[in-house]
Ligand binder design. Sequence first.
Ligand code: ZN
Ligand code: CU
Length: 501
Amino acid sequence: MQEVLLNATTSATLHPLNLMNQTFDLIIRNASVIDGSKAPRFHADIAIRADKIAAVGKLDGAGADSELDASGLVAAPGFIDAHTHDDRLLLSAPEMTPKLSQGVTTVVVGNCGISLAPLEWSSARGAMPPPLDLLDDGTWFRFPSFAAYLAELRSCPAAINAACLVGHSTLRIQTMDELERPANSKEIARMQELARAALQAGAVGISTGTYYPPAAAAPTQELIEVCRPLREHGGVFVTHMRDESEHVIDSLDETFLIGRTLGVPVVISHHKVAGIANFGRSKETLAHIARHLPQQPIGLDCYPYAASSTVLSADRLKSALRVLVTWSKPHPEFAGMELSTVAQRMGVSAEAAAQRLLPAGAIYFSMQEDDVRRILSFEETMIGSDGLPHDAFPHPRLWGTFPRVLGHYTREVGLFDLETAVHKMTGLPAAKFGLAGRGLLQPGFYADIVLFDAQQIQDRATFEQPRQNAAGVRDVFVNGRCAWNHAGATGARSGHVLSRA
Ligand code: ZN
Ligand code: CU
């Protein structure tokens, strides 16, 4: 790719003379800047003062308390993981190593209808209903309000930023005694009140997961009513749709209808067409999304693998080519094993083995590579890991998503250029989620910055060995502080709770 010098329109404000008497906290010198807007890269120095980017350009005359030579490295805005389940990880492992090691500086949490708050769970209510058990089996569900959760995040900051969604399934569990039916008007009013309070406290949107049992009985109208407060707070409607297989078009239509009725942007989570019978149908779904884009704001995210991961369920086995066990409460010894091997050892069918492992999690090889590539390449698609940090043997997307897009899909496969790849993980998600001052490497923006080697960057996490740092990520800055250098985490905890613009 051609490297260009700073263009004429910005050079006036960045002339070295203007900066002669200024000192900065840090200057990163000689970087190849990819600024997150999809603009071509250019050579520049980057000056940081406090938590902001103070200048980008030729800073020969300027001084700083410390300097870093980034020759041969790309400097990009810190990556924004558009889809995570890190609600609890931010508090229980605030170093956030699986994400920081990839260059991620912001996570969007509370996806798929499941957020850690507001929910107070006592073991007297029995086992935590799946899929909420992906976050915790109970004790961490101790926040009576979303404000209480955000207050704890603010008082014990993590190494990276968080933008938080409140989950509709969480609201249902907090509000309803029985989940296999639509909410009544009293319950809807209560959920709406909790949703409004969460948005007031700083949630950036509401997520739903009508695919999963705790919310499957919720009709469209319930979702609309619970999500009413989104508009007044400028929030986003984010959804793990009811169906990502045979009826995926109906699910897209339901999502678009909710967005139009409420007058709010929608984000389709981990877009995919799952199940062997649906291979190739991303042509149809992306065309459908493209047709609706001129009428309403739509976003979507995708992880760069042809295998999904969630709770284990016997119903889901038929649609997958292979199933791997990621955790099992009664049988932890089978984590990391093929379900077919487990079934063989138990001397039962795969369905019966799955039943015996519950509660449990799994990886399903249920997508076609061509669909994954088509969806990743779609202009509006953001990158989201959907990583499950508490699984005993997690899907490699938890540690590998961002370097895999940059290394495998950009450098090796050539799906798109590096500027586009970076945009999908920075400027685009910042715009779709309305994260002010994030997602671009420009003066005035927060100093969330990643330095990486474009030739070396690569995911090392695999289905066999899922917990591996990426190669090629050199330094990561979060709000101006170095949180990761090639030696590892620095221990800085400078993450903020982000709110919408
Ligand atoms: Zn989901
Ligand atoms: Cu998810």
